[in-house]
Design a protein around this ligand. Structure first.
Ligand code: MIG
Length: 818
């Protein structure tokens, strides 16, 4: 397959030739020297050191590491010498000591954990994996291979596996294409992609992790290689899946399923989960390039409160700075930033500021001076500084792969934090450079002591920048949770930041694309994601904007943003009926905040994504491999955004089980598509039967007033179902010391009764006393309610048959009888 890599590819609807550095993979037909690839020979020797197994063909060496019973890592050293075991994605390989067997027979060696078997075939060094039922889930179609890189040293490294007729592929981060990656070839190389188009590749992030589903069984491959890397999912040859990179090691993790969810959870064991965000960060955010001067920003703030549209955060884009110099203020536009930020805070608005990596070359600018004195800026191979033009003009760039630079950078936030800045938005960190796009390959990086050229550091540069930001904020603010957002990143970035999908366009196509991108990011280990609501460039009309707000209300990260040359873009900018509908959905976001927060906890603690495409619920149904509009938000709420103009109704697939239409409370049986009306006022929202959905009162911003009681919406079901409800202080890291409350509800009913049980873990006690129960869908008229064996006499049943009563939040068991 690699023999034909000079294929033209589609970029922004234009045909362009592959870049120069693809030429190593050139086609002999082009008249350039054919490639001399080397393949592993015959495995002849075995060594075992702890949980590591070594096989060699006499020269090359292969290492098989058993990480735990579900994860096995494979590494290749073409000439027998492995690189130091260092990864930004996997900060610590959490080995579990599990019993491992090495079995040898006539044809193969087998490293077995009981759950996963890794087979090394004696004839040709092909590696395959099977499960405990001896079902082969992944197998080499060629032995691992490589080609020497005569220019930079090291190797181009390749792995080619079998691709089966109905095998489908998911993951890889933010690729703007169909959710199912079957038939596609994609590249990982962080790229600033202004107004990107459908199928444009690569974009801002590199997440070399994919999930395969074949005959109902899922496995994952995490190719932990930061160089420019490529994935081919049966595109060139429909019987083969390949991944390869321009350098580094052929190193990948095989992650056992059998469910996609198991794979994603295991991927999080390797790369970590997102820490709990401050709860305000789950509210609505308003951004624009740019709100300035101060009077403009204050007018926007006022607009929210006057229109009674909830909002927690306002953003300052690059114009707040003095000549785009990071960590400075334009005092003409913002004469008293501290006072302004504090007054906004008093009105419930957090201020988030943008920071770019480019530092203006200017000896009168302290940040530049410090960086220069301390040798913090990146240099070319011959020691010249890496210079490039970005917003401030001629710039140099900190080497964020140097821990000392990260610490310095983190400390620079001191003053902004002191002024009250609550969050930091990291932009341009692909890194983006005007004209040339990014740094040249020869730029050197310290790489935490493991040194490398930009070829190796490019894809992690942005992640290390936002890491510096995150760690800096965490140090300065002591025990307060930082809020950061990044455009670029690599696997593991979720430990430091949320992301937005970059410079999208105000079009229906982009609304659709953003919906797919967020689902894909979620299953690729990046839970806290969102799009620029409304579209960054171009003009949405009221309908498109409202449909985007409706979808965005169910994005983990909810922020409207727009380029400066567009018309005003606040939720009230389009007049009626749009303002009212936008308000209703932003209010819904706030009502469901405790649910979203609980879902975030499920991510943080257990590694579940927040958005879950339907294929993750029912991977055994082949048709679901091609669904990409509907998804669940957590595991209780199914959403299907409206993605077409003028749509009066649409088909929505509901996974098996019973679902309540959120708007009408009518019950629908899943397992098939249903037609759902989609007037402008609503989008399809369904709640899984048996759920307990906590609800807060609508506030104009989080913490506006003390909550007096929490509504618990209980959806009757005749099967047992569990729900989580997580609460804590919302701002500190006390949850790491068990200061939180994780409640679990179990709901179960029959034709005559409904039982609700509550259990609790953690040391946090919320201030409110009571729950206000809203029991929906009871198939009978309730006559008796007992809570912890006390009878509740004060209850009512509405016309909609919703049973309401109140009881102490400490209840253990409720029985509702006919
Ligand atoms: O070269 O800071 O994606 O969100 O508003 C453009 C200005 C730089 C790109 C970001 C966008 C931001 C804009 N930035």
């Amino acid at each position: 397959m690699e023999d034909n890599i000079l294929n033209p590819k589609i970029v922004a609807n234009e045909i362009v030739k592959e870049e120069e550095d693809f030429r190593h993979l050139n086609n002999p037909a082009d008249g350039i020297k054919p490639i001399t690839k080397k393949y592993l020979g015959v495995p002849t020797h075995v060594d075992k050191i702890g949980n590591k197994f070594y096989f060699t063909d006499g020269d090359a060496k292969v290492e098989i590491v058993v990480v735990n019973i579900e994860i096995i890592r494979v590494r290749l050293a073409p000439h027998g010498v492995f690189l130091p075991d260092f990864s930004y994605a996997v900060p610590e390989l959490k080995h579990k000591h599990v019993p491992v067997e090495l079995i040898e027979n006539d044809t193969e060696f087998i490293v077995s954990t009981g759950k996963v078997n890794c087979h090394i075939r004696k004839a040709d060094f092909f590696i395959s994996f099977s499960d405990s039922n001896n079902v082969v889930t992944s197998s080499d179609a060629k032995a691992m291979h490589w080609e020497e890189n005569t220019k930079f040293g090291g190797y181009y490294v390749f792995s080619t596996k079998e691709c089966h007729a109905d095998e489908n592929f998911f993951g890889l981060g933010d690729k703007p294409t169909e959710l199912n990656l079957r038939g596609k070839r994609l590249t990982n190389w962080n790229t600033d992609a202004y107004s990107f188009g459908w199928n444009q590749d690569p974009l801002y992030r590199s997440i070399p992790f994919y999930i395969s589903v074949n005959e109902g069984i899922a496995h994952g491959i995490f190719f932990d290689n930061t160089f420019k890397a490529y994935f081919d999912f049966g595109s060139e040859d429909k019987t083969k899946t390949s991944f390869w990179a321009d350098g580094g090691e052929l190193q990948y993790y095989y992650i056992h399923g059998p469910h996609m969810m198991d794979v994603v959870k295991s991927y999080h064991i390797l790369t970590g989960t997102h820490p709990m965000p401050p709860i305000w960060a789950l509210g609505y955010h308003q951004c624009r390039w740019s709100y300035y001067p101060e009077a403009k920003l204050r007018a926007v703030a006022k607009g929210f409160r006057a229109n009674k549209i909830p909002c927690d955060a306002l953003y300052l884009d690059i114009d707040y700075m003095d000549g785009y110099r990071c960590f400075t203020w334009n005092r003409k536009y913002f004469p008293e930033p501290k006072k302004m930020i504090q007054e906004l805070a008093a009105d419930g608005f957090k201020t988030v500021v943008i920071i770019d990596p480019g530092i203006r070359v200017d000896d009168n600018y302290p940040v530049f001076k410090e960086g220069k004195q301390n040798n913090y800026f990146c240099r070319r191979s011959d020691d010249y500084f890496m210079e490039g033009h970005v917003w401030p003009g001629r710039c140099q760039f900190p080497d964020f792969t140097n821990p000392e630079v990260r610490e310095w950078w983190g400390g620079l936030f001191d003053e902004l934090v002191e002024m009250g800045v609550a969050g930091v938005w990291n932009d341009m960190n692909e890194p983006a450079v005007f004209g040339s796009g990014t740094f040249p390959d020869d730029v050197r990086h310290q790489y935490d002591g493991y040194r490398g050229s930009h070829r190796k550091a490019h894809n992690v540069y942005g992640m290390q920048m936002v890491r510096a930001t995150y760690e800096g904020l965490r140090n300065i603010r002591k025990n307060k949770r930082p809020f950061t957002i990044t455009r670029a990143g690599y696997s593991g970035l979720q430990r430091y930041a949320s992301v937005w999908t970059g410079d999208n366009v105000a079009s229906w196509e982009h609304l659709k694309l953003g919906n797919i991108q967020c689902q894909r990011l979620s299953m690729s280990g990046i839970p806290f994601c969102g799009t620029d609501i409304g579209g960054f460039s171009g003009e949405p009309d009221g309908e498109l904007f409202t449909r985007w707000i409706q979808a965005g209300a169910f994005s983990p990260f909810m922020r409207a943003h727009s380029a400066g040359d567009t018309k005003e873009r606040e939720p009230w900018s389009f007049g009626e009926p749009y303002t009212t509908i936008n308000r209703k959905f932003i209010e819904l976001r706030y009502r469901l905040l405790p649910y979203l927060y609980s879902t975030f906890w499920e991510h943080h603690r257990y590694g579940f994504p927040i958005l879950r495409p339907v294929v993750m619920q029912e991977q055994h149904v082949l048709k679901n491999h091609f669904r990409q509009d509907e998804f669940t938000y957590g595991d209780k709420i199914l959403i299907c955004p409206v993605l077409e103009p003028g749509q009066k109704s649409r088909m929505v697939y509901l996974p098996h089980g019973n679902w309540y239409n959120f708007w009408t409370q009518e019950v629908v049986t899943g397992g098939e598509e249903v037609n759902v009306p989609t007037p402008l006022e609503t989008i399809p929202v369904f709640i899984k039967a048996g759920s307990v959905i906590p609800e807060y009162p609508v506030m104009q911003y989080t913490g506006e007033f003390a909550i007096e009681e929490v509504k618990l919406n209980v959806y009757y079901s005749d099967y047992e179902a569990n729900s989580f409800f997580f609460e804590d202080h919302g701002e500190s890291f006390a949850y790491e010391q068990d200061i939180y409350s994780e409640k679990k509800f179990v709901v179960n009913g029959d034709e005559r009764s409904l039982h609700i049980q509550q259990s609790m873990e953690g040391l946090y006690t919320p201030r409110y006393d009571n729950y206000h129960f809203n029991v929906i869908g009871l198939p009978f008229t309730p006559s008796k309610i007992t809570v912890d064996s006390k009878e509740v006499t004060d209850f009512s049943v509405s016309d909609e048959k919703v049973l309401e009563f109140k009881f102490s939040k400490t209840f253990k068991t409720i029985q509702i009888h006919k």
